[in-house]
Design a binder for this molecule. Sequence first.
Ligand code: NAD
Ligand code: 6OD
Length: 481
Amino acid sequence: MRAAHYIGGAFLPDDATTTMFPLVDPVDGTTVGQVPEADRETVDAAVRAARAALEGAWGATGPEERAIALHRIADTIQARFDAFVDAEVSDTGKPRELAATVDIPRAIGNFRAFADLLRARPEHSWSTAVPGWSTGTGQALNYTVRRPLGVVAVVSPWNLPLLLLTWKVAPALAAGNAVIAKPSEETPSTATLLAEAIDAAGLPGGAFNLVHGHGTDAAGAFLTSHPGVDAIAFTGESATGSAIMREAAGHLTPVSFELGGKNPALVFADADLDAAIEGTVRSAFTHSGQICLCTERVYVERSRYEEFVTRIGARARELTDYGPMISAAHRDKVLSYYRLAVEEGATVVAGGGVPHFGDRRDQGFHVEPTVLTGLPQHARTVQEEIFGPVCHIAPFDTEEEAVRLANDSRYGLAATVWTRDLSRAHRVAPRIDAGIVWVNCWNLRDLRTPFGGAKDSGIGREGGTWSLDFFSEPVNICVQV
Ligand code: NAD
Ligand code: 6OD
């Protein structure tokens, strides 16, 4: 797989002046490819190509043409499904089953969902009385049309590379914008395949552009600070969001941010404990905890606490078929939190170190699924996002205390409540500071629903019409009848 920039409908060839950086397989640490690093001139060229597309064929498209185009992109990805799965597995090291059942189908689903939402979307109109008009009572017709924002920068992370990129690219294109995508430097491959799919689907050149490279003082920052960019849709760390926002402020560029989390799960004594344990194993350890929605804090009602800890510790120790951290740097960060937890006084119920497989994975970036207990609520391990396969479990005594502990965080992305008591579920869920609260399930997603975070977990909502709203602006047209 060769990553390449895609600008104005053409893939840029690398030449002697192109700076390349290595692409590393996180399963065994080997270098598997080279990726071009976009410099300022390359980003400028992408912005110019996007602007030209808006002034040309892409800007002239209507919603129905764009809906057809989005379905064509989905068809093209579907036709190369295995190539997309291979590329996602190779870049991330995630289990093949995860890429084949979540990442790639969901990316296809993003294009189909936003195409269909665009078609189903009503416009608004108002009939306005105009009293005292010369011929008696008159009328005006007010109606709104939605216009694209213009050139949109999409900057995405490495954990669900194609899913999270298309989650923004699809609605941005649906709304008629020209897009410049900058995927994570760790995971350039499915983005490159997406450019191929969009090319094959016949979108006018410049409607979608792709630049590769790093973030700070590099391609990402060149793009998000560019005066020719009209909006920024970003998913990644909260600190990166702050840095992007500082730059965006200079041009008053609107932002939509999906940021970090430290997601709580509340397990009440009346919960189906088998379901809560299996659900928490999924929510803490899927993709080795590298999903922003993963649970890192579990609070269990005291009467079931010991049983819960014992059983989840046993389940964590049984896990063997898990993928690596994305990079050596991220592995080192997660391991530093494992050490910090012990320094802070944690009991390590399961894991806490590096696994030994006896094969090539021992040169990769794996860490053990880890269960911790015994830390106070203010411990850094309980407050800071680790983004690895780890959860800390603490007991609670009352519903009030459970809600208070869940909300005692700078983050507010997602939460899970396990209870059989329907009244309690409806009482507790809306009191949690989070953009999404799952009851007796986790990561069940309907693409029409709002998605985003409270507090430091994000700005704005995406999903369904919320995405189409962000990526477009209404114009009110008032006609005297
Ligand atoms: P990151 O913030 O390091 O990088 C994300 C993207 O931003 C990458 O493409 C990177 O190159 C780019 N970038 C970095 N610095 C930049 C800068 N100064 N200017 C412009 N672009 C810059 O995040 P990551 O390590 O790739 O992803 C993990 C983080 O993302 C975690 O915090 C996780 O919680 C969060 N995340 C949130 C959601 C969500 O929906 N809320 C989803 C996935 C991941
Ligand atoms: O499912 C989604 O739409 C979504 N944005 C998921 C984010 C996962 C974070 O890693």
